[in-house]
Ligand binder design. Structure first.
Ligand SMILES: NC(=O)c1ccc[n+]([C@@H]2O[C@H](COP(=O)([O-])OP(=O)(O)OC[C@H]3O[C@@H](n4cnc5c(N)ncnc54)[C@H](OP(=O)(O)O)[C@@H]3O)[C@@H](O)[C@H]2O)c1
Length: 268
């Protein structure tokens, strides 16, 4: 990573040197000075464009750091709906294997309006990236795939492709069918049938992948349940729509997380 004097501004900073943050930062650093800011970074650099890539539940602390950088813009490329920051959407993927980061795909990245300069840096770094005027639609569509694939794959410890087949397909279909009216009420033009099609298509194109929630469960880490299924349930409540299958998965994942936490504490 480029090292600069403290007083200089970096064109780009990435907060969260984990799987996806490292993938973005490593490629960006080849074409533009890029600061990488971890949890324990002591001197916070100043930067123009800040990309937030911590887990959703670590966002408040990351945003406090981001604001200290006096940036022109802060954008989150995290999963889940995070109302406190402009959010883009990415299908780039990477995972951690011990201390090593394994890149899976540079994918395609949509940025909210106002982040054209960052988009140029990303394209120069080899990412397919552009500003999307309808970014909210893209975020809701990503949420749809996440809330239908993540809980099923995490609970039954299967890869994404398994969701297209019995016995799991029926669960993903129920989740997609329930999510459609909720997301429609939020502005995503989608029917239950289309929602099932979208989810099954994502499961097909990512068949070999382990979802982020499955990876978290396998590593004994906290999941982003609250910002994925939890976000959908909050929307459903707001629109007075029923989402009983999502509610059941939300509780099951919470119970599983607590079980993992409990066994970790017993081992200590
Ligand atoms: N991985 C993917 O393929 C992928 C794809 C699409 C979207 N996403 C989304 O991208 C986000 C990041 O995912 P990830 O897989 O990269 O997670 P990750 O590997 O767990 O990385 C998160 C990183 O953020 C660091 N961090 C936590 N709090 C911080 C803070 N206050 N300041 C600076 N750094 C902090 C963590 O440090 P510690 O290790 O010390 O906790 C860790 O290095 C998530 O919302 C995820 O859903 C990931």
């Amino acid at each position: 990573m480029a090292r600069r004097e403290r007083a200089e501004r970096y064109p780009v900073a990435v907060i969260g040197p984990g799987a996806l943050g490292s993938l973005f930062a490593a490629r960006l650093a080849r074409v533009v000075p890029t600061a990488v800011v971890g949890r324990r970074t002591l001197e916070v650099p100043q930067a123009d464009w800040v990309i937030v890539l911590v887990k959703a539940y670590d966002t408040p602390a990351a945003l406090r750091t981001a604001r200290r950088m006096r940036p022109l813009g802060i954008v989150s490329l995290q999963n889940g709906l995070i109302p406190s920051v402009p959010q883009g959407v990415t299908t780039a993927a990477a995972y951690r294997e011990g201390r090593r980061v394994v890149p899976v795909a540079t994918g395609s990245t949509l940025l909210p309006p106002g982040f054209g300069t960052l988009g140029k840096y990303l394209r120069k770094a080899g990412f397919e990236a552009r500003v999307a005027r309808d970014i909210r639609q893209a975020r809701l569509r990503k949420l749809l795939a996440n809330v239908c694939l993540n809980p099923v794959t995490a609970l039954f410890r299967v890869r994404n492709g398994a969701v297209r087949e019995p016995p799991y397909a029926i669960l993903a279909e129920a989740l997609a069918g329930e999510a459609a009216p909720v997301l429609r009420a939020e502005g995503l033009a989608i029917t239950p049938t289309e929602a099932v099609r979208v989810v099954m298509e994502v499961a097909r194109t990512t068949a070999r992948n382990r979802s982020s929630m499955l990876q978290d469960v396998l590593a004994g880490r906290r999941t982003e349940n609250d910002h994925l299924t939890g976000a959908l349930l909050r929307m459903a409540r707001r629109h007075r729509l029923a989402a009983p299958t999502h509610a059941a998965f939300y509780r099951l994942i919470r119970v599983m997380e607590r079980g993992l936490e409990w066994s970790r504490q017993r081992r200590m």
